[in-house]
Design a binder for this molecule. Structure first.
Ligand SMILES: NC(=O)c1ccc[n+]([C@@H]2O[C@H](COP(=O)([O-])OP(=O)(O)OC[C@H]3O[C@@H](n4cnc5c(N)ncnc54)[C@H](O)[C@@H]3O)[C@@H](O)[C@H]2O)c1
Length: 259
C-alpha cells in the first residue's frame, strides 16, 4: 500500500527517541518530511543528518515543549522551513510517578501540565495550517489511562485527558476535514520503559513476568509496530477513521490474560 505521504510535513513531539523516533523514521521511509521537536540534541541531529543524506528533508527543533510559546515557536520554524503542515503527532511524555501518597498537590498539577499542556498547544498553533491541508492528528496515549497503574496520578490524569481530547477535537474539527485519532501503547521497550524497569529489584525477572501476560506472542510491542499504525492514521489511506482510540498492544489491555 502506498501511503501517499511523500513530501508531506509532519511534526512529532519527542520524535528523537523511543516511540517518537520510530514514528520519525517511518514517516521518512514513506517519503514524508519529519519535524522532530525534542530536547535530545545528539539523537535529533543524528536523525536529521541521516534523513537528509537519504534525500528526505527534515528539521530538528531542539526544544522541550513546556510553555505555550515553545509550541508557537516550533510551528513558526516549521512553516518557515516548509510552508505547510500535514499532520501533528503528540507523543512526548514521561511517567513521572506523582501519586496520591508519594506526591503533593503542587507536583500533581505540574505533572498534568507537563504531560497534557503541550498536546493542546501544538494543535492550537498548527490548526491554521492543518485546515489548509486537511491534515491529521494522532495523540499517543497509554493503556494506563484505562487500567490505572498506581502511584502516578498526574501522568494518568494527563493520559486520560489525551483520550478525551481525541474525541473532542475529532468533533470540533469535522467541519475542516481534519481527522483526530489516538494510538495507545501498553508495553514498548524504549528509554522511558527501561528506566521504569530499572526501578524493580530484578528488572529481567519483571520483564519476563510482563511478557508472559501479553496475549499475542507473549512479547513486547515494538516501537515500529506503534509507528506503522500512527503513520497509517496520518495518511489519507485511513480517510474515514476519526475519533478512534486504537490499542496497539498485542491484546494486553482487553483480552483475557489468564488464557
Ligand atoms: N514505552 C511504553 O511502553 C509506553 C507505554 C504507554 C504509553 N507510552 C507513551 O508513548 C510516548 C512516548 O514514550 P517513550 O516510551 O517513547 O518515551 P521516551 O522517554 O523513551 O522518549 C520520549 C522522547 O520525548 C522527549 N520529550 C519528553 N518530554 C518532552 C517535551 N516536553 N517536549 C519535547 N520532547 C520531549 C524525550 O527527550 C525523548 O526523546 C509517551 O507519551 C508515553 O506516555 C509509552
Amino acid at each position: 500500500m502506498d501511503l501517499q505521504i511523500q513530501q508531506k510535513v509532519f511534526l512529532i513531539s519527542g520524535g528523537a527517541k523511543g516511540i517518537g523516533e520510530a514514528i520519525s523514521r517511518c514517516i521518512a521511509e514513506e517519503g514524508g518530511y519529519p519535524v522532530i521537536i525534542d530536547p535530545s540534541v545528539i539523537e535529533g541531529k543524528k536523525l536529521m543528518v541521516e534523513f537528509n543524506t537519504n534525500g528526505i528533508k527534515s528539521l530538528h527543533i531542539a526544544k522541550r515543549l513546556s510553555n505555550p510559546s515553545d509550541a508557537k515557536d516550533a510551528i513558526e520554524q516549521t512553516v518557515k522551513a516548509f510552508g505547510r503542515i500535514d499532520g501533528v503527532v503528540n507523543n512526548a511524555g514521561s511517567n513521572d510517578g506523582v501519586g496520591l501518597e508519594n506526591g503533593t498537590p503542587e507536583a500533581f498539577r505540574a505533572s498534568v501540565e507537563k504531560n497534557l499542556g503541550h498536546y493542546y498547544d501544538l494543535v492550537h498553533y498548527a490548526l491554521p495550517y492543518l485546515k489548509e491541508t486537511k491534515g491529521s492528528i494522532v495523540n499517543i496515549g497509554s493503556k494506563t489511562a484505562i487500567t490505572g497503574q498506581g502511584n502516578t496520578s498526574g501522568y494518568i490524569a494527563a493520559k486520560g485527558g489525551q483520550l478525551s481530547l481525541t474525541r473532542e477535537w475529532a468533533v470540533e474539527l469535522l467541519k475542516y476535514g481534519i481527522r483526530v485519532n489516538a494510538v495507545i501503547p501498553a508495553e514498548v521497550m524504549t528509554p522511558l520503559y527501561k528506566n521504569w524497569l530499572e526501578t524493580f529489584e530484578n528488572p529481567n525477572l519483571k520483564l519476563k513476568e510482563i511478557e508472559r501476560k501479553i496475549p499475542f506472542e507473549n512479547r513486547m510491542t515494538t516501537a515500529k509496530e506503534i509507528a506503522d499504525t500512527v503513520v497509517f492514521l496520518l495518511s489519507n489511506r485511513s480517510s474515514h477513521t476519526t475519533g478512534q482510540h486504537i490499542f496497539v498492544d498485542g491484546g494486553y489491555t482487553h483480552l483475557d490474560r489468564a488464557l
